[in-house]
Design a binder for this molecule. Structure first.
Ligand code: F0G
Length: 356
């Protein structure tokens, strides 16, 4: 039978009933792609797999949580959903809400949303509200609106989002036959690391896996509240998806790292951009800048003298969003176009030249 979306596939593990209206775009079942060149860079017999969440219907992992959040909001009688977003949550909320016949409003930090994501929210018919302020300001306003009758918040402060997102961990256990030794991912509002830890924990407790991974989270150096141990007032990073100074699921992230014996670290924008281009140009996997933070973090740790990654470790890194989400950063970050006259010999010379 073909894939039915995460609610139907994992119904027994999710807080739905027979009367929940299932709003789905058949999200989930994303590929776990071996990355041998990256594994070679990490060295010491380590094995690496990319959970390519950019292949979800709206191009990011947010669809997993959104199918559940929108289905349950509809069941509870909401007519409108709202969220604050750095872009991907808004794209997913807009798509699933319109499918459910609900109104959707997304609160976005003005001028800090990648173009692909903005296009999605607008095309799916959401009310896109550009706020003067950052994601943390937008989330504060959303929280203040949450008690309005008929309005449901679909940020990850809504536990239904975490429930849906945990299904990515289930798929990884299914594909590998067990949990990996290490699971690495970027951390912004910290919902996803919380969700993965929950998913791995549930499968372990139910005897569906033999172990749980150490959770490795990476924040952008200019937006690293969990690493610093305090909120960051004016977070800044080229990876706009994780430009967040006061994550809502801080506690969940801290618990995941502590309980799993994991790690939380930072990566600079330069390291993010290097990993972003390297991954696309070597492994053939194009992700958005924030998604490269996990890759950058692993490369940084592997090169450090006190590397916490064991030899031979089996590592999964979630690459959270598709590269097409943020074409502007990609084009700026890649080598420039080669200009040439329309002449056979000149073109051939350019093609065969070793330099780019
Ligand atoms: N990667 C991407 C591509 C994201 O869009 C996000 C978060 C993260 C990583 C971090 O995940 O917040 O669960 O720790 N994006 C949110 C949004 C904030 O509004 O789209 P997190």
């Amino acid at each position: 039978m073909s894939w039915r979306g995460v609610i139907e596939e994992f119904r027994g593990h999710l807080p739905v009933t027979g009367s929940t209206p299932v709003v789905t775009l058949l999200e989930g079942n994303t590929p776990l792609i071996p990355a041998p060149k990256l594994a070679a860079r990490l060295g010491r017999g380590r094995k690496l797999f990319l959970k390519y969440e950019g292949l979800n219907p709206t191009g990011s992992f947010k669809d997993r949580g959104m199918t559940l959040a929108i289905s349950l909001a509809l069941e509870r009688g909401a007519h409108t959903v709202i969220c604050a977003s750095t872009g991907n949550t808004s794209a997913a909320a807009a798509a699933y809400a319109t499918r459910a016949g609900m109104r959707c409003a997304v609160l976005l930090p003005a001028k800090k949303i990648a173009r692909g994501k903005l296009a999605q929210a607008l095309m799916h018919g959401a009310k896109a509200i550009a706020l003067k302020g950052n994601f943390d300001d937008a989330l504060r306003v959303v929280r203040e609106l949450g008690n309005e009758p008929g309005i449901a918040i679909v940020n990850s402060i809504n536990p239904d989002r975490i429930q849906g997102q945990k299904t990515a961990a289930f798929e990884i256990v299914r594909d590998l036959g067990d949990a990996p030794d290490i699971h690495a991912l970027p951390v912004g509002n910290a919902g996803n690391i919380t969700a993965y830890w929950k998913g791995y924990g549930e499968f372990f407790d139910q005897g569906l896996s033999r172990k749980r991974p150490a959770m490795f989270g990476f924040q952008a150096a200019g937006a690293a509240p969990i690493v610093l141990g305090h909120p960051v007032k004016d977070p800044e990073t080229i990876a706009t998806a994780i430009r967040i100074g006061d994550p809502a699921s801080w506690e969940g992230a801290a618990a995941a790292i502590r309980e799993s014996g994991g790690h939380i670290g930072t990566v600079t924008d330069e390291e993010i951009l290097a990993a972003h281009y390297w991954l696309a140009s070597n492994e053939g996997v194009f992700v958005e800048p924030a998604s490269a933070a996990g890759i950058a973090g692993l490369l940084k740790l592997a090169a450090s003298p006190e590397c916490p990654i064991p030899d031979e470790a089996r590592i999964v890194v979630t690459v959270t969003g598709h590269g097409l989400k943020d074409p502007d950063v990609a084009i700026d970050n890649a080598p420039g176009l080669i200009k040439c006259r329309a002449d056979r010999d000149k073109v051939l010379k350019k093609i065969l030249a070793d330099d780019k």
